[in-house]
Design a protein around this ligand. Structure first.
Ligand code: T46
Length: 136
């Protein structure tokens, strides 16, 4: 499995850091939605699903967390702990987010509006989906 991590360019000066992200330039799709999670309780594992269509970039802009990616054949754990790193998560990837630090803020850029019918929340259904839609 290829893990795609973006390293964003900070515009740093003696006042501090600033990162600007533009669609089709720094983010490889049109950004239709942005959401973020914070105050995640200790020991919590979020996610447990894949998507039919949605592509996303995850950035832990404060604190740290880990993302488990599973393409049905292979699993990888990717730590996110730098505000200038973005993890690309394709649609057909089972994902779990865990090990959130108390101060973690996980920011997500999404290619689609929120649509519950895009979620695959059952692992067997996910395995069938990837058989029918193999990675290109
Ligand atoms: C994903 C991972 C990385 C909305 O109303 N609008 C939204 O845009 C989102 C993302 C969620 N919600 C509602 C739906 C639920 O009632 O917020 C609640 C929590 O969502 P969910 O349980 O889906 O959150 P996670 O952390 O399990 O998953 C989220 C995204 O839903 C998902 O697309 O890939 O983060």
């Amino acid at each position: 499995m290829q893990v795609v991590k973006y390293v964003f360019q900070p515009h740093g000066d003696d006042r501090g850091q600033l990162i600007a992200l533009e669609e089709f330039k720094d983010i490889p799709f049109k950004i239709k939605r942005v959401y973020y999670m914070y105050d995640t309780a200790g020991g919590v594992v979020r996610g447990h699903h894949a998507h039919k269509k949605l592509e996303q970039i995850l950035v832990c802009i404060h604190g740290s967390c880990k993302i488990r990616l599973d393409n049905g054949k292979e699993k990888k754990v990717v730590p996110l702990e730098k505000p200038y790193e973005g993890l690309y998560v394709a649609n057909n990837m089972w994902r779990e987010m865990f090990d959130f630090s108390e101060d973690a803020v996980l920011l997500v850029f999404a290619s689609e509006l929120y649509d519950e019918s895009d979620y695959i929340r059952d692992y067997d259904e996910f395995m069938n989906f990837i058989k029918e839609h193999p990675e290109k």
